[in-house]
Design a protein around this ligand. Structure first.
Ligand code: PEP
Ligand code: MN
Length: 298
């Protein structure tokens, strides 16, 4: 935070008073905590969202829900409405939409696990709210303010993923659009930013772990990290998940798939059930070093 009037992307004290007073951390006040689907956010617990990129079929989502829950996940993730990069579809590469939402409801009942899923259009909010415990605003929609306002008005907790080209200041502006509607249950999620050069040309994003402490200095809201989308590479998910927990992440989102290589979307990034189970234990070890827990037995 900068004290004088800094133009551009830096966050000033004036910003905290007038641009995002609701999201801004108040002097002498602790980070806020809230409950979503019976799980506390912002406290000692680090909730984990795990599941496939896309809700591909009823069998896949129910199997994954049970598998991630058994390994300690707090929420099942999975998109039925997906911001796919190209408009063409094949039998496999197809959003499951209303059908996918119905399958998420089955998974929630059969596994007894909370659901987080993406909302892309206001007109599907009622349908999605029927299944979702947390509404996910994807990185591409971080600046879709009418969508954020409408999602916030449902009263459901929201997770707003950071756009890959936006500053923390812009991101907090998006969060304020939710809070100004009276919704205080907002989670931020870092998912990788675009950088002119990453470690290999095919690596899409760079995990901005520094934004975790940076955000915690200026907002009282919990900040999640999604190492799957940020790295795009399965073998980098584990080290970056451990680093995220060590670096103070308040929640973790992970792509987990029964057959990762055959994931309908982004097959390079999901991890399998066994790797997820091992990672949960290892994240628990790291969490304890920073006085946090995932609630996993080790
Ligand atoms: C997702 O989590 O399914 C997703 C599409 O992520 P992002 O918005 O970060 O690309
Ligand atoms: Mn994706």
């Amino acid at each position: 935070m900068i004290e004088n009037k800094a133009p551009g992307k830096d966050i000033t004290e004036e910003d905290m008073k007038s641009k995002f007073p609701l999201a801004a951390k108040k002097a002498g006040k602790e980070a806020s905590t809230f409950i979503a689907a019976g799980v506390e956010f912002g406290g000692a617990l680090i909730p984990v969202f795990a599941g496939p990129n896309m809700v591909e079929s009823e069998e896949l989502i129910v199997e994954t829900a049970k598998a991630v829950k058994a390994r300690g996940a707090h929420f099942l993730r999975g998109g039925a409405f997906k911001p796919l990069s190209f408009p063409y579809r094949s039998a496999k590469y197809t959003e499951t939409r209303e059908q996918g939402i119905a399958w998420l409801k089955v998974a929630k009942q059969e596994a007894g696990i909370g659901i987080i899923t993406e909302v892309m259009e206001e007109r599907f909010l009622d349908l999605i709210c029927d299944a979702a415990d947390i509404l996910q605003i994807g990185s591409r929609n971080m600046q879709n303010y009418p969508l954020i306002s409408a999602a916030a008005k449902t009263g459901k907790p929201l997770m707003i993923k950071r756009h890959f080209g936006c500053s923390l200041r812009d991101w907090l502006g998006a969060v304020e659009y939710a809070m100004v509607e009276g919704n205080e249950k907002v989670i931020l999620c870092e998912r990788g930013v675009s950088a002119p050069h990453t470690h290999r040309s095919s690596s899409r994003f760079l995990l901005d772990l520094q934004v975790v402490p940076a955000a915690q200095e200026v907002t009282h809201l919990p900040i999640a990290v999604d190492p799957s989308h940020a790295t795009f590479w399965r073998s980098w998910v584990r080290p970056m998940s451990l680093a995220s927990v060590a670096g103070g992440a308040d929640a973790i989102m992970l792509e987990v798939h029964p057959d990762p290589e055959n994931s309908a979307v982004d097959p390079l990034q999901p991890i399998d059930f066994a790797s997820f189970g091992d990672l949960m234990k290892d994240m628990e070890r790291v969490a304890r070093c920073v006085d946090r827990t995932l609630g996993v037995h080790i």
